[in-house]
Design a protein around this ligand. Structure first.
Ligand SMILES: Cc1cc2nc3c(=O)[nH]c(=O)nc-3n(C[C@H](O)[C@H](O)[C@H](O)COP(=O)(O)OP(=O)(O)OC[C@H]3O[C@@H](n4cnc5c(N)ncnc54)[C@H](O)[C@@H]3O)c2cc1C
Length: 242
């Protein structure tokens, strides 16, 4: 499948947190939605009297959903692009190019056991993979480590919990870095090698580790994983440098 470019209509715009926008984009022009879960597209937005701008965004929907592409985007105050995302309205037209990227769920034969690691909006490639594995009823073992500032900012929480309930091969480990409420019973602090070791068998050589997030986080976690003996070719990562 080649790279495509097409117009999409904003069919729905919702907000999972005060600074996070989720867009459902419906193709207007012919666009093959058979991407690989984990890949990204370039989103182009042109506002009247302004130049055309684009940024890459991982696709949050699964290719099992052929109706629309879902993107979840953190709005950065003073950012050059994301204020344009914030000002989109349902019915607006944007352009999408893609799919791109080599960071994706390889295939169900190769990846029987995978650890997904990310935080904040870095959930997008992983919710795509989890939706894909669940929709296709694959027996892939997934442990997903997700870090958020507070329990109220865990994106896709209800959907993830409902998938994990129906699919015992999908396990979730949520950790909050700034949660003080006694209601929070999950992990606290950043994702670390110790935390990964607590919930997964790191001695299983067939396991893959997929990491997504800002470059500093990726760097620290790749080192930590190598430090506990994980082979480099088992660690796949994508960093979102601004
Ligand atoms: C492959 C790939 C996939 C991506 N997928 C997603 C996705 O699914 N969702 C998503 O929200 N973003 C994603 N990004 C990041 C996205 O492409 C933009 O970099 C981001 O939206 C910043 O846009 P901006 O132009 O408004 O900010 P800029 O004008 O580029 O940045 C403004 C200021 O904010 C800082 N900044 C940039 N990004 C962040 C951040 N995330 N948190 C805090 N400060 C920041 C910058 O250092 C700068 O100081 C992805 C990036 C890559 C490379």
């Amino acid at each position: 499948m080649g790279i495509q470019m097409g117009r999409f209509k904003v069919m729905q715009k919702t907000s999972q947190a005060s600074d996070v926008v989720t867009l459902k984009l419906e193709p207007i022009d012919p666009f093959n939605l058979d991407f690989k879960p984990g890949q990204f597209v370039n989103l182009y937005i042109q506002r009247e009297g302004e130049t055309l701008l684009a940024r890459p965004y991982s696709i949050a929907s699964s290719p099992t959903n052929q109706k629309y592409l879902e993107l979840t985007i953190k709005i950065i105050e003073g950012g050059r692009f994301t204020p344009r995302v914030a000002s989109l309205k349902e019915g607006d037209i944007v352009k999408v190019g893609g799919p791109f990227g080599k960071f994706f769920f390889l295939d169900e034969e190769k990846m029987k056991d995978v650890v997904l690691i990310g935080g904040g909006c870095g959930i997008t490639p992983f919710i795509s993979i989890i939706r894909y594995v669940a929709d296709r009823n694959l027996d892939t073992n997934i442990t997903y480590f997700y870090s958020a500032r507070t329990m109220g900012t865990i994106l896709y929480k209800d959907e993830l919990e409902s998938i994990a309930e129906k699919h015992p091969n999908i396990k979730l480990v949520f950790t909050c870095t700034r949660e003080n409420s006694s209601e929070w019973k999950g992990e606290k602090g950043r994702i670390s090698a110790d935390m990964i070791r607590k919930y997964t068998d790191v001695n299983n050589p067939d396991k893959y580790y997929m990491l997504c997030g800002p470059p500093e986080m990726i760097k620290a976690l790749v080192e930590a994983l190598k430090g506990i003996g994980i082979a480099e070719d088992r660690i796949l990562h994508e960093s979102w440098s601004a």
